[in-house]
Design a protein around this ligand. Structure first.
Ligand SMILES: CC(C)(COP(=O)(O)OP(=O)(O)OC[C@H]1O[C@@H](n2cnc3c(N)ncnc32)[C@H](O)[C@@H]1OP(=O)(O)O)[C@@H](O)C(=O)NCCC(=O)NCCS
Length: 223
């Protein structure tokens, strides 16, 4: 059995006590966001991750430093990594999430109140998934679409390749990976679970393991 702990948070204010958690590269990334809410989501993801992981490692949050070097271009906007622990950050709207485990994990949260027009559905879902969606009552379709989206993105994020894996290459049956035409994901070594990020949001977590996955969800607030 593999344990995976998920924490949910709301955007923190940009106060010195939180900003002190960011290293110079992270300060630069925060400053590059033009919208204040984007800055706060980025800040919150890093403060949440550093605080939770510091607790596990028995060090101060300010002492935790991530390597987020992008494997494609070398800039510091890739999947953050810390030796000895696996984790994944996601943010959407007023929700910021962190998943922590001992095996590679991918977390995704999405607001389910956005529009999902036909072209977006065709971009993300394959034929069988679209048929499942079409059988649902109209008022459930958008929310279910974003559940599918979050499952697929969680899977991609677990591999560290993100959207480099085409959404269409993944076939799901509910919260189960049935098939992936991309070599990075094998149903035999992949686990997926739906999450509960609260009303107006959909979320999922994926783990690369053959073991059963046990997920716990908690709310995080700064002390
Ligand atoms: C990662 C990715 C899926 C983000 O999706 P999103 O829905 O916009 O955002 P989310 O909030 O769910 O996730 C963002 C977080 O994922 C993490 N992340 C970044 N790159 C990642 C990757 N390749 N794999 C997994 N996680 C990644 C980061 O923690 C990031 O948040 P942070 O930088 O604020 O800490 C998408 O940006 C992606 O595929 N990037 C990699 C490929 C790419 O576009 N490269 C071009 C740059 S050279």
């Amino acid at each position: 059995m593999i344990e995976c702990a998920v924490w949910w948070a709301e955007p923190l204010p940009q106060e010195p006590r939180f900003l002190a958690h960011l290293d110079p590269l992270e300060q630069g990334r925060r400053g590059n966001y033009r919208q204040e809410i984007d800055q706060r989501r980025f800040l919150t993801g890093r403060v949440l991750a550093k605080t939770v992981l510091a607790g596990r490692l028995g060090v101060a949050p300010e002492a935790v430093t991530f390597d987020a070097t992008c494997e494609d271009c070398g800039k510091p906007h890739g999947k953050p990594r810390l030796p000895g622990v696996e984790f994944s950050i996601s943010h959407s709207g007023e929700r910021i999430g962190l998943a922590v485990s001992t095996v590679p994990v991918g977390l995704d949260v999405e607001t389910d109140t956005r529009r999902a027009d036909d072209s977006l559905i065709e971009y993300a879902l394959n034929e069988a998934e679209r048929q499942t969606l079409a059988t649902l009552p109209a008022d459930e379709r958008v929310s279910t679409f974003f559940q599918y989206w979050s499952r697929k993105e969680a899977l991609m994020k677990a591999t560290g390749r993100g959207l480099k894996i085409p959404l269409q290459s993944i076939t799901l049956s509910g919260a189960e990976l049935v098939e992936c035409t991309h070599e990075a994901l094998d149903p035999a070594t992949t686990r997926l679970a739906d999450l509960d990020p609260g009303e107006g949001y959909r979320g999922a977590v994926a783990a690369l393991t053959t073991d059963e996955l046990k997920v716990t969800e908690n709310w995080w607030r700064p002390s």
